[in-house]
Design a protein around this ligand. Sequence first.
Ligand code: F0G
Length: 425
Amino acid sequence: MSSILQCMDCPQQYPIQRVIYTCEACGGLLDVKHDFSAIGKTITPGLFDERLGTFGAPYNSGVWRYKELVYPGVDDQLVVSRMEGNTNLYELPRIGAYAGLDTIFLKHEGENPTGSFKDRGMTTGVTQAKALGMERVACASTGNTSASLASYAARANMQGIIFLQDQKIALGKLAQGIAFGATCLQINADFDRNMELVQLVAERLGIYVLNSVNPFRLEGQKSIMFEALQQLRWQAPDWIVLPGGNLGNSSAFGKGLLEMFEVGLIDRLPRLAIVQAEGANPLYRYFRAGFKNFAPVKADTIATAIKIGNPVNLQKAIRTLEWTRGLVEEVSDQQIMDAKAVIDSVGIGCEPASACSVAGTKKLVERGIIKRGDTVLGVLTGHVLKDPEATIGYHADQIEGIAPSYRNQMLRAKDDIDEIVRLLN
Ligand code: F0G
């Protein structure tokens, strides 16, 4: 079963054994392209249902369950897995009511081993690093990619190296990188500059880059769509809504949806809505301008995971929008934190960036683009514990410029039964 690296912009192809991230001929981004012709007929819903609940590797992973669509040719012995994926799909009428819908499905990617969807891309990325014989892997990160890389590098006995900005990293993410023993570099540069730096340094030192510019990352992240559709019994929703930062997930979703359509697992393509924070909205601006004159922005938002002004996967995200008749929305930090409080209040919770899915859905319903009766699948990208400072800051009313509309107050009492009883009454 053969796979190749295919430039998205020109006919150039490269063998998958090459360490290469963009086309040497035209600079375009690369896709991992699998030849489904030989195995197409064996890819059936039954095959994936059969593997559910199995204990053995690699099919006990919610990524490798779809191995035929993810990386068919790789030797099972090389697979570096933490049984990632297998995340829940929640049907949530109370969140639906908040967004103005009859109901909404939220797929919680924060339930992955390191608490974000990045594990799905890291299992395939680190597996490829192993197949290539790499000893060191690196990424620039707003936090989650680095936490995931640190974990998977440790599992594979590789040195993980992470490039972090020296401010505004959510505490939970920073703690993971350090705990898992990655080499953590805090650099006085923002994410976008660190993204450039990591690629330049990696080239000089022969280190494998595991940002989403690496097409093997996206192959794993496609499985969010495969698993969600399996959970929906292969009935495509009307809309899929997700946050957009570096646009790796948006790109992976487009590719995965198209492939499911091509092999006949779904009979129509849902529409994709990418939601950005107002302070980090380069794709939104470009979309509104009819894709004329792209301009990076200097990013700032409380949703630090998506504080990105010059997304690496821009062109692949645009392709996804074309394939899915998709659109781009923006939401304010206030809307993000309010939506997060509502998601938290149903006992599920997420980190700020993830709440873009619900905040964006609400806005699109208010604008009349998503209809009340539409089926919406939102993706929660990260766990509630990733960014405790944002959560506590909101409820304590200590975040500048944000009013906690859904505030939960901390009560304080003396060691006095009468006082406690009075408070609780
Ligand atoms: N949500 C969370 C929780 C994230 O960590 C990220 C990206 C995104 C959404 C956006 O996804 O980049 O594929 O558009 N975090 C990266 C990181 C940039 O370094 O952890 P995207």
